[in-house]
Design a protein around this ligand. Structure first.
Ligand code: MLT
Ligand code: MN
Length: 310
């Protein structure tokens, strides 16, 4: 048994984004076109309905816990079913929720050493008291079992691997050339499996392009949750809310010859699910042409509270 709970299906900023008045954000505020509010990027996973791990911790984590009964304290005066967190990069939408997890709770936080070094150099993350919170380095291309703070396995195994991406926006260094100082390990994908039954799925909320290595990994898999940030590369400009392209932000677009719909066409993935979707992306509107195209190509658009059994 492997259960996934989508806590937040939107990209950084959420949908609606607080200062955005473009089509989707507006429609969500006005509850039009089947447009639902979405919080920022995170999922929770369990293989026993008791111990859950978060994969990324979004700035909306407080309301995500409130809105999902599975995340509530179950026993004792202080308790959480959340045993720990695995981080896929250092983006604000993926790490800011760690600050919500203060208050002396046992947790383990797994990340690539690049992301750990970022957390270490920001003293605000010291609210995660080291007496209670273990920070564990995640090796790439090695399967291991996630363990709670006490060192007990929670029945979930993870294999992390590097994917094309970009250093977190707030760490970009223009003096370091066109990739702003990006290094291997700044963006990773995960294969998550249940130790007992062996079911598995892939969680890749950011990816700049399909590589042969990635295609080989995910070919024939049951479920892939994949970077759904933008419908097209120049969407921020065409929606007149910014000028950055998807490629500049480290995200491949859904559509087009270089997009994810095309890249997944012959990979035989049984459930393909977009996650980390930006509020400019028209696939968020249930009655849009783009949503129709996505669905015709066998993709699902994740939503907050979505439950997936693998
Ligand atoms: C991204 O996924 O590109 C980032 O979350 C952007 C951001 O930090 O706003
Ligand atoms: Mn992001």
């Amino acid at each position: 048994m492997l259960k996934i709970l989508v806590l937040g299906s939107a990209a950084g900023g959420g949908s609606p984004q607080w200062n955005c008045n473009s089509e989707v954000s507006k429609a969500v505020r006005e509850r039009k076109n089947g447009a639902s509010p979405r919080t920022q990027s995170s999922i929770a996973v369990t293989s026993n309905d008791i111990n859950w791990f978060l994969f990324n911790a979004s700035p909306d984590l407080g309301s995500q816990i409130l809105n999902n009964e599975q995340m509530h304290p179950k026993k004792d005066l202080r308790h959480s079913p959340i045993s720990g967190v695995v981080l896929t990069n250092g983006d604000v939408d993926h790490v800011a929720g760690l600050l919500t997890l203060r208050e002396r709770q046992n947790l383990s936080v797994y990340a690539h050493k690049r992301v750990h070094s970022v957390l270490k150099s920001n003293s605000i993350f010291n609210v995660l008291n080291p007496e209670y919170v273990d920070r564990r380095e995640m090796m790439m291309n090695e399967k291991f079992e996630l363990m709670d703070k006490k060192g007990d396995g929670v029945g979930l195994e993870v294999e992390a691997f590097e994917v094309p991406g970009k250093i977190a926006l707030w760490l970009e260094d223009e003096s370091k050339g066109k990739d702003f100082g990006t290094q291997a390990g700044d963006t990773i994908g995960l294969r998550i499996s249940s130790k007992e039954a062996g079911e598995s799925f892939y969680y890749i909320p950011a990816c700049a392009r399909m590589t042969d290595d990635l295609a080989n990994r995910i070919e024939g898999s049951k479920v892939v949750l994949f970077d759904g940030t933008l419908w097209q590369n120049d969407e921020m400009a065409s929606s007149r809310v910014g000028e950055k392209t998807g490629q500049r932000m480290g995200h491949m677009n859904n559509s087009g010859n270089d997009g994810s719909i095309e890249a997944f066409k012959d990979l035989g993935v049984k459930r393909k699910i977009f996650i980390h979707i930006n509020t400019t992306n028209p696939i968020l509107l249930e009655d849009s042409d783009e949503r129709k195209i996505v669905e015709e190509n066998g993709w699902e658009v994740s939503y907050d509270g979505m439950e997936i059994e693998v």
